[in-house]
Design a binder for this molecule. Structure first.
Ligand code: NAD
Length: 507
């Protein structure tokens, strides 16, 4: 199905090290356009030496960058924001060509990324320390937040431009230098954004991009110069990154997979809930960690109404290449992922769930080799089923039927993931009880995708996040800095003091 073009005819995606695009590593892999199934580029896969060169550049750039006044660092972010807005079409064309999502969705993810750059431009305010006068006789104390040194980020395929922008703008605005390892499946947009950061005035070496796979990641995990690692991706890899990074003495935050439930209460505005669920389940082909792949309907009448509404709306959906603005949903990212998601639909049928809408045979005229799967809808999904337990990461929505809100909450709490959830209701008491008690990190009340804005922080609970601090927002300032507390005393000249052998206090 994949029509690979001979290697030499494909444009090559390189690394950005020390402000230069460079080759490095003898291995490479094809980058496909998922709408056509054609290999259009080839990405170089960095070897250990190449990654070490990137780390060395980041290490060399650190002292001068750390000493640069925070306001000057922040101005680079302000300029970058303008450049990102001016180049939005170029960046989003790359996202759609390599990821497959529709252009409007690419623009949405870029905009969310830009908001992180905007927040990073407030770093001088956010880095202000804490000061206390007269903590003892003639004694003052303050805490300041110092940069860590070389920091690194490893990012997933599904938000190729936004997730890198969750990480390095704040890391860099706080005075660190950075090595980014984007997803090898759709690496071009992150590389272009990094080049724009150079145009915005970032000194060479402050931000480096290495393309690659496990070899590159393992080099970042092992190198002593790397002080901290931010990871976003699937849970098994997140756990590996967290365990290995921590064992090597690094600070690590590793955001993992998800299986987000939406509860629909009997009093919900069902037509509006259905509209919200359509976007949350099928937007970006379900390849979002905050997507809603499960609806838990309270009461059979609620479930019947939701399933009927979804069926009508799915029939109106348009599936096709992301470059056509009339399409609602593009292809899945790769042939392998297409096969995996389709396999889950087969599995759901075998497990006895009711397949209400079958998207497995969708064909897009003129794009017969693209990785298109139509929207799929299951009813009567049960907790023991694989399609309930595992993250599918595709356009597959399952409806579950329960009798009470408590039953819905028990289900959600027992699930291994705790990234996001939402409830549709008009009952404030039920909504408050739900948000107070549910074991999930991000909660929506009549909001299907409760993705925090850039000045809050993003993160799940349970096996959706390894580490103590969430991504971006205020937590990122803490993640990319370490606290130092200084206590100083200037006693009056000429006053003689005896030795104090008891522990100093204010008693
Ligand atoms: P992935 O885990 O396959 O890859 C993520 C990164 O890890 C990539 O850069 C990849 O090169 C690297 N990697 C892959 N295998 C590795 C290995 N064996 N050793 C070292 N590094 C390795 O994830 P993906 O398929 O690119 O992205 C989808 C996943 O990311 C989903 O599970 C989704 O839920 C999750 N995700 C989570 C969040 C969040 O904030 N919690 C956000 C976006 C995506």
């Amino acid at each position: 199905m994949n029509k690979a073009i001979p290697m030499q005819t494909l444009p090559q995606i390189q690394h950005l090290i020390g402000g230069q695009l460079v080759a490095g590593g003898s291995r490479s892999q094809e980058v496909f356009n998922p709408a056509t199934g054609m290999a259009e580029k080839r990405v170089l896969l960095a070897d250990k030496l190449t990654v070490e060169q990137a780390i060395a550049n980041a290490h060399a750039a650190y002292p001068a960058w750390r000493a640069t006044p925070p306001l000057k660092r922040a101005r680079v972010m302000s300029t970058l924001k303008v450049l990102l807005e001016a180049n939005a079409e170029r960046i989003c064309a790359l996202v759609t060509a390599e990821h497959g999502k529709v252009l409007a969705d690419s623009l949405g993810e870029l905009q969310r990324g830009i908001e992180n750059v905007e927040y990073a431009s407030y770093a001088p305010e956010l880095l202000k320390g804490e000061h206390s006068k007269n903590v003892g006789p003639s004694m003052d104390s303050w805490s300041e937040f110092q940069a860590l040194g070389v920091t690194a980020g490893i990012t997933p395929f599904n938000f190729p431009v936004m997730v890198p922008l969750w990480m390095w703008p704040m890391a860099i605005a706080c005075g660190n230098t950075f090595v980014l390892k984007p997803s090898e499946r759709d690496p071009s947009s992150a590389l272009l954004v990094a080049q724009l950061a150079l145009d915005a005035g970032l000194p060479p070496g402050v931000l480096n991009v290495v393309n690659g796979d496990k070899e590159a990641v393992d080099t970042l995990l092992a190198d002593k110069r790397v002080q901290a690692i931010s990871f976003v991706g699937s849970t098994p890899i997140a756990q590996y990154i967290y365990a290995t990074g921590c064992a090597n003495g690094k600070r690590v935050q590793a955001l993992g997979g998800a299986k987000n439930h939406a509860v629909v209460m009997p009093d919900a505005d069902v037509p509006n809930a259905v509209s919200a669920l359509m976007g949350a389940a099928y937007g970006s082909c379900g390849e979002r960690c905050m997507a809603i792949p499960l609806v838990v309907a309270v009461g059979d009448a609620t479930a019947d109404a939701v399933v009927a509404g979804l069926k009508v709306e799915i029939a109106k959906m348009k599936v096709g290449p992301g470059t056509d603005a009339s399409n609602d949903m593009g292809p899945l990212v790769t042939q392998a992922h297409f096969e995996k998601v389709k396999g889950y639909v087969d599995q759901g049928v075998l497990e006895g769930a009711t397949l209400v809408v079958d998207g497995r045979n969708v064909k897009v005229s003129g794009h017969e080799s693209g990785y298109f799967l139509g929207a799929c809808l299951f009813d009567n999904v049960k907790p023991g089923m694989k399609i309930y337990q595992e993250e599918i990461f595709g356009p597959v929505l399952g409806v579950m039927r329960v009798k009470t809100l408590q039953e819905a909450m028990d289900l959600i709490d027992a699930h291994e993931y705790g990234n996001g959830t939402c409830i549709f209701t008009r009952d404030g008491e039920a909504a408050r009880y739900f948000s107070d008690n549910i074991l999930v990190g991000m909660v929506g009340i009549n909001v299907p995708l409760p993705v925090p804005v850039a000045y809050h922080s993003f993160g799940g609970w349970k096996r959706s996040l390894f580490g103590d601090l969430h991504g971006y927002g205020p937590d990122a300032v803490r993640f990319y800095t370490k606290r130092k507390t200084i206590t100083q005393r200037w006693p009056s000249a000429g006053v003689r003091e005896g030795a104090l052998f008891s522990f100093p206090t204010n008693r």
